[in-house]
Design a protein around this ligand. Structure first.
Ligand code: ZN
Ligand code: ZN
Ligand code: ZN
Length: 225
């Protein structure tokens, strides 16, 4: 997985005399690993480096051997990346748990109807879809936006829904995104986009016809009555 590194502060060779063994820049050393002193930036990057080690182990590869990422047991790097929730080897987010576990809690919390303490059957499917989105940390960023949180809370408290009741929820990109997920997972039926467009065209066309100006024209063409 490629990681986007956050912008670095300017290095400070006066304050941090010994450069980081990995990037060669003068930043605070936050860990001493078998390959040397590691700065905060390289530490973050190491935690997020995933792949398959030369030994065949798949997971977090924080070490470096022959310039290649390596697993903890091959490299001797000591780093806690064992989730206490699911046991997966992953970057931990808080409470010793990985992003996927935390995302699961957030989704369950949002989609549970607070008055009954239960989750609607349709929403259990949606919850599953939201929890299994790749890149749990990006999903968290998405879900934590106020309008998304509010939308999901409303959905949790909504009565049984169909395409029609779903349409009554405030129109937003979030609504359409979640609708897509609901259709994909068979909670809402597919609908014919063309038919919808035709319906709204007919409605608008009839409204146009009701315009007095147009009504004046219609008798002349023999279409009225
Ligand atoms: Zn570094
Ligand atoms: Zn290995
Ligand atoms: Zn976990």
């Amino acid at each position: 997985m490629r990681t986007v590194s956050r912008p670095r502060k300017a290095e400070d060779p006066v304050r941090w005399l010994v450069p980081c063994n990995r990037c060669g820049q003068h930043h605070k050393t936050v860990a001493r690993w078998p390959d040397g002193g590691i700065c905060g930036y390289c530490y973050q990057q190491a935690k997020r480096t995933r792949g398959v080690c030369a030994c065949g182990h798949e997971g977090v590869l924080p070490g470096i051997i022959d310039e290649q990422p390596a697993c903890r047991s091959c490299s001797g790097v000591r780093l806690n990346v064992d989730c206490e929730g699911c046991g997966a080897e992953d970057e931990l987010y808080c409470g010793g748990r990985c992003w996927t576990c935390i995302l699961g809690d957030v989704v369950d919390n949002l989609l549970t109807d607070p008055t009954t303490g239960t989750m609607a059957t349709e929403l259990i499917t949606l919850a599953g879809a939201l929890k299994s989105m790749k890149r749990a940390n990006s999903s968290m960023t998405w879900i934590r936006q106020k309008h998304v949180t509010e939308f999901l809370r409303n959905l949790a408290a909504a009565p049984k829904f169909s395409q029609e009741t779903y349409d009554e929820l405030p129109d937003s990109r979030t609504r359409e995104y979640v609708r897509g997920l609901l259709i994909e997972h068979g909670v809402l039926p597919q609908r014919n986009a063309l038919l919808m467009r035709y319906d709204s065209w007919v409605t608008q066309a009839l409204e146009r016809v009701n315009d007095p100006q147009n009504l004046d024209v219609i008798p002349a063409t023999g279409l009225r009555d």
